[in-house]
Design a protein around this ligand. Structure first.
Ligand SMILES: C[S@@+](CC[C@H](N)C(=O)[O-])C[C@H]1O[C@@H](n2cnc3c(N)ncnc32)[C@H](O)[C@@H]1O
Ligand code: SF4
Length: 366
C-alpha cells in the first residue's frame, strides 16, 4: 500500500434473526430504523471525506444482504462521491445465503462489488437449525452457485467446534464448497460467549460443543484437506487459493490505515485508533472514542498480528519501538523446538503450532 492508500469498512448492524452463537453488534430492526441508519451512515461518510485513495472496501455486519438494492446503492454512491477509489479496488460484501437474490447480485455487481463473503457455518441441516441459522444445506449450496454466476471471488465462512461436527464432516463441507468454485474459506473456532443463547443451552446441557482436543483435531483435518487441495493457510483462520487472499484483511494485519463507518466501527489513521459508538443513540450524536496505544501495546499488536499470518513479525519494526524479540527468554527455546522459524529479520510461527499461538504470543511479550 502507498502512503495515501486506505481501506474502508462499513458496518451494517442488521440481521433477520440473531444466531444462537453470535455476540457481534447486530440486531433485528424495523424498516424505519434501517432508513434512519443509512442516512446517518451517509452523513458520516460525507463528514469524514479525505484525500486518501481507497484500495479496499468491506461492507460487513451484521448482514449487509438484508438491505435492499436501493439502500446499498445509496451507501456506495455516497462513498464514491466522496472518495477516490482505485479501479482495481477489492470490494467485498458479506451476505447470508437466505437473503441472497439474483437481483441483489446484479445490483452489487453494477456497484463494482467484486468479492462476496457468505456465512455458511455448516452444511448439516440439524446443526444449522440448532445454531439458529435461517438457511439449510440445499439453500446454501444453491445460493453459492448463483453467486458464482456473477462473482469469481466468493468466500465462505465455516465454524469449527459445533456439536457433532467432526473433521470428516468439515472436510465434506469443504469438498462441496470447492466443487462450487469457492476461492477463499474462513474457518473460525466456535467461541461460546456469555451473552448468547448457545451459552445458556450449553449450561443447561442442551448443547454440547466439541471439547478443545476434538476442536483442534477437527480443525487440523480441515486445514490439511484445504491445503492438500491447493489452498494456502495465509492466516490462522483463513485459507485461499493463490491470489485470492483477502486484501482488506491483509491490510488490517499489516497495520495499514483504515476508516470505519457506522455503528461500533473502528478506524486507524495517522497512528491513532478511533471507535464509533456501539449505541445507535450515541452514534447519532457522532460520539467517537479515541484509543491511543502505548509503546508496549504497539509491540504486542505487531507480534500478535505478525505471528497469526504467514507474513511473520518484522524484527526491525519491533526493534524500532525498543524491543529486541530475540532477547526474550522463550525465543531460543521456541526456535530450537521448531515452534518459531527465523528467516533474516522475519520470524514466523510454524503453522503446525498455530493451535498454541495464544500461549506463544503471550510468552513473547515483554
Ligand atoms: C460478522 S459475522 C457476519 C456474517 C454474516 N452475517 C453471517 O452470519 O453469515 C462473520 C462470521 O463470524 C463467524 N462467527 C460469528 N460468531 C461466532 C462465534 N461465536 N464463534 C465462531 N465464529 C463466529 C461466523 O462464521 C460468521 O459468518
Ligand atoms: S452470525 Fe451473522 S446473521 Fe447471525 S447474528 Fe451474527 S451477524 Fe447476524
Amino acid at each position: 500500500m502507498k502512503n495515501k492508500d486506505i481501506s474502508i469498512y462499513i458496518h451494517i448492524p442488521f440481521c433477520e434473526q440473531k444466531c444462537n452463537y453470535c455476540a457481534f453488534n447486530s440486531f433485528c430492526a424495523s424498516d424505519e430504523i434501517k432508513e434512519k441508519y443509512i442516512n446517518l451512515l451517509c452523513d458520516e461518510i460525507r463528514r469524514r471525506k479525505c484525500d486518501k485513495v481507497v484500495r479496499t472496501i468491506y461492507i460487513g455486519g451484521g448482514t449487509p444482504s438484508v438491505l435492499t438494492g436501493e439502500q446499498i446503492k445509496k451507501i456506495v454512491g455516497t462513498l464514491f462521491e466522496n472518495f477516490d477509489v482505485y479501479e482495481d479496488a477489492e470490494f467485498t460484501i458479506e451476505a447470508n445465503p437466505n437473503s441472497i437474490t439474483e437481483q441483489l447480485l446484479q445490483t452489487w455487481k453494477s456497484l463494482r462489488i467484486n468479492r462476496l463473503s457468505i456465512g455458511v457455518q455448516s452444511l448439516n441441516d440439524k446443526t444449522l437449525k440448532k445454531i439458529g441459522r435461517l438457511h439449510n444445506k440445499k439453500m446454501a449450496l444453491e445460493k453459492i452457485k448463483l453467486a458464482r454466476k456473477y462473482f469469481d471471488n466468493v468466500s465462505a465462512d465455516l465454524i469449527v467446534g459445533l456439536e457433532n461436527e467432526s473433521g470428516k464432516d468439515l472436510c465434506g463441507y469443504a469438498k462441496q464448497l470447492l466443487a462450487l468454485g469457492v476461492k477463499h474459506i474462513s474457518c473460525y473456532l466456535l467461541e461460546v460467549y456469555e451473552n448468547t443463547k448457545i451459552f445458556q443451552m450449553t449450561k443447561e446441557g442442551k448443547y454440547k460443543p466439541l471439547d478443545d482436543d476434538q476442536t483442534i483435531q477437527a480443525f487440523n483435518k480441515l486445514s490439511n484437506y484445504l491445503c492438500d487441495n491447493g489452498m494456502e493457510r495465509y492466516e490462522i483462520s483463513n485459507f485461499a487459493f493463490p491470489g485470492y487472499e483477502s486484501r482488506h484483511n491483509l491490510n488490517y494485519w499489516a497495520r495499514g490505515e483504515y476508516l470505519g463507518f457506522g455503528l461500533s466501527a473502528h478506524s486507524f489513521v495517522g497512528g491513532k485508533r478511533f471507535k464509533n459508538s456501539e449505541s445507535l443513540k450515541d452514534y447519532e450524536l457522532g460520539k467517537i472514542e479515541e484509543e491511543i496505544l502505548t509503546n508496549q501495546e504497539q509491540i504486542e499488536e505487531i507480534i500478535m498480528l505478525g505471528l497469526r499470518c504467514n507474513s511473520g513479525v518484522d524484527l526491525l519494526e519491533v526493534k524500532k519501538l525498543g524491543y529486541d524479540l530475540t532477547k526474550n527468554s522463550y525465543f531460543d527455546e521456541y526456535i530450537a523446538k521448531g515452534i518459531l522459524m527465523q528467516n533474516g529479520e522475519k520470524v514466523f510461527l510454524n503453522p503446525i503450532f498455530y493451535h498454541i499461538s495464544n500461549t506463544v504470543i503471550a510468552n513473547l511479550f515483554q
